[in-house]
Ligand binder design. Structure first.
Ligand code: TXD
Length: 307
């Protein structure tokens, strides 16, 4: 596997480190517009190779030639919201970046699988899909894996149980309108509702919705990046090893869940070809309505973009 990461910021660099430590790729290429940053971070990560016993080559660059023939390309390029910047400003700025980056990536790696990460995630995944001209199976936004990990962590903390025994899935768009599916959350196969009161569960759901903001409040100037990079890595692992794990990912819907021409988070089977299957789980009427509302928010934003 050859993996390119566009954006040598916090998420990009930690993802490169995780991929190389786990030796999930033969080569990891980090690209950024800022001169020196991808080169320096790549070299630093590469120099850990003998210590972590990894043979992954890690390369940093400001141009796309070295990315040629990548199997997977992760796009973390873009801005995070600054004071005085509206959400719409961010949407337009990052959409422009996502479009430019996607075109550059695709010119070098026409067969790759794209994993957009930049925010607003669902909208950026739509932009990458349209800019690439790829089949929807090869454009897979990362958000649900992170949001689900956050919910699983909070449930494990609440009960003092091993996180690996907690299973939970979060659907919908990445943001306040995400839909933590408590109905399907289990602990060692037993419904979570057998363990935690409805009131406490509502609090855990709320904490999950605000998990990114909670971290931002602590860090002030940068947003979360350790768990996001772990989420990206588990997606890459499922693709690289053709594990066919079921993970919530942001994909284009074409009729599934009654939604069309919009990207939102749903469970998919991830394998060597990207999305091997979109899984339609049974939703209650209120859950279906919440998913519709979540998707409507994304659709309204997409309409603001000239794509
Ligand atoms: O769940 C999720 N999807 C997310 C999304 C979880 C965490 C972070 N999320 C979003 O990912 C976040 O809101 C940002 O939009 C991206 C990247 O987050 P990160 O924390 O890594 O941001 P940084 O540290 O600011 O890094 C962004 C890098 C920085 O080095 C810029 O120089 C670079 O992107 N950048 C570019 N690289 C290449 N090409 C272009 N055009 C470019 N523009 C900026």
């Amino acid at each position: 596997m050859k993996v390119t990461i566009v954006g040598a910021g916090n998420v990009g660099a930690v993802t490169a480190q995780r991929l190389s430590t786990l030796e999930l790729a033969r080569e990891v290429v980090i690209v950024d517009v800022v001169e020196g940053i991808p080169q320096g971070k790549a070299l630093d990560i590469y120099q850990a190779a003998p210590l972590v016993e990894s043979d992954t080559r890690v390369i940093g660059t400001n141009s796309y030639e070295a990315t040629a023939g990548s199997d997977v390309v992760i796009i973390t390029a873009g801005l995070t919201r600054r004071p005085g910047m509206t959400r719409d400003d961010l949407l337009l700025r990052n959409a422009y970046t996502m479009q430019e980056v996607t075109r550059s990536v695709v010119a070098q790696s026409p067969e790759c699988i794209l994993i957009p990460v930049s925010n607003p995630l669902d909208e950026m995944t739509y932009v990458a899909l349209r800019a690439s001209g790829f089949d929807r199976r090869r454009v897979i936004g990362m958000a649900g894996v992170l949001d689900s990990a956050r919910l699983r962590t909070f449930i494990a903390i609440e009960l003092g149980v091993a996180v690996e025994d907690v299973s939970a899935i979060v659907l919908g768009s990445h943001g306040e309108l995400m839909i933590p599916m408590i109905k399907y959350a289990t602990i060692a196969g037993v419904p979570v509702t057998d363990f935690i009161s409805a009131e406490r569960l509502a609090a855990l759901v709320e904490r999950t919705r605000n998990a990114g903001t909670e971290i931002l409040d602590h860090l002030k100037t940068v947003s979360a990046f350790y768990a996001p990079s772990a989420a990206i890595t588990s997606m890459v692992e499922s693709i690289a090893l053709d594990k066919r794990r079921i993970m919530p990912c942001a994909v284009l819907l074409e009729g599934e869940y009654g939604l069309n021409d919009v990207v939102t988070g749903v469970p998919v089977k991830l394998g060597r070809n990207g999305v091997e299957q979109i899984i339609e789980i049974t939703l209650d009427p209120d859950e279906r309505e919440a998913l519709g509302r979540s998707a409507a928010g994304v659709r309204a934003n997409i309409a603001k973009l000239s794509i």
